[in-house]
Design a binder for this molecule. Sequence first.
Ligand code: DAH
Length: 338
Amino acid sequence: MIKDLEQIKEFALQKIKEAESTDILEQIRVEFLGKKGKITEVLKKLGSLLPEERPKVGSIANEIKEIITNNIQKQYQIVLEKELQKKIEKEQIDITLPGRTYGNGHMHVINQVMNEITGIFIQMGFQVATGPEVETEYYNFESLNTPEDHPARDVHDTFYIKPGVVLRTHTSPVQMRVMEKTKPPVAVIVPGRVYRVDNDASHSPMFNQMEGLLVDEDVTFADLKGTLMYFVHKFFGEDTAVRFRPHYFPFTEPSAEMDISCTVCKGKGCRVCKHSGWLEILGCGMVHPKVFQYAGYDNEKYQGYAFGFGIDRMAMLKFAIPSINLLFDNNLKFLEQF
Ligand code: DAH
C-alpha cells in the first residue's frame, strides 16, 4: 500500500510540473485529493490492514497529501504569473502607433478662387448679385437679344426643364434681373453655377461662371479694358500680358474675347496654349442697346460693359489643373493640395 501511495505521489508531482494552466491544476487536485480521488481511494482500504500498520500508512498518506497540495499551490502561483504575463502582452497598448486622426476640412479650391476673384472686384466697387439656376428662356436668351431663331441659341446646348424653362446656360440672365430692379449706376458681379450639355476633359455639364456688369453715364470700352486688365494682373500676376480679339455675342456690341499670356510657358508656346502663347479666358463687350431696351434703360443716356468667364477655368489655369473633372470628383488627395 505504501508502494501504491509512493507511485501515486510520483505520478501526481510529474503531472503538476507539466501543468500549464490553473484549470489543469484544479483537475489534478480533484483527481488526486478529491472525495473520489486516488489518495482517498487508497485510504478507504486502510481498514483491511492490521491495526498496528494503520497509523504508519495513514501518516504517510497524509504526508503525501500535504506534499501534493503544496506542489499544486506552488505550480499554481507559477502558472498564474505566466497567464497574467500573457494577458498583459495581449492587451498591451502600443502608444507609438499613430492614432486615427480626423482631418480638418477646408474650403474647396473653386470656392477659394471664387472668393479671391469676388474680393478683387469688390475692392473696385462692384457688388455681388445672384439669380436662379432654373431660369426662364426669356431671361436666359430672349431678353439678352437672343430670340428663338437666333443662331447663338444653339451654340449653348441647353438642358430644358419644360417649355420656356431651362437650367441657365450662363450667368448673363442675372444682368437683366439686376437691371429690372435697379436704376443706374450699376456695378455688379455674379458668381454662380451654370449648366450645358457638355462633358470632356475641359467641359463639365455643371460649372461656375462669373458675370460682370457696369452701367453708368460715359462708360467706354477703355473702362472695360482697364477693369479686366487690373483683375488679371491681381489674379494671375503683374507680368501677365493681355490682348483683346473682336468676337460676337448677341448681348454686346462691340464684343470681344480676352486672352492672357500663357500661364504655363509665359507666352513662349507650349501644349497648354497649343503653341500660340495665348489662352482665351473671357467674353466681354459693350451692352447692346436692345438689352437696355428690355431693361427699360435709356440707351442714349447710359452705356455699359459686361463680361463673363468660367471660374473653374480660372482655377485650372492658375494651378495648372489638367482636367475639370478633378474639381468635382471629391478626391481628397487632389483637393488637399489647395
Ligand atoms: N455669357 C457668355 C458665355 O457664357 C460670356 C459672356 C460674353 C458674358 C460676353 C458677357 C459678355 O457678359 O458681355 O459664353
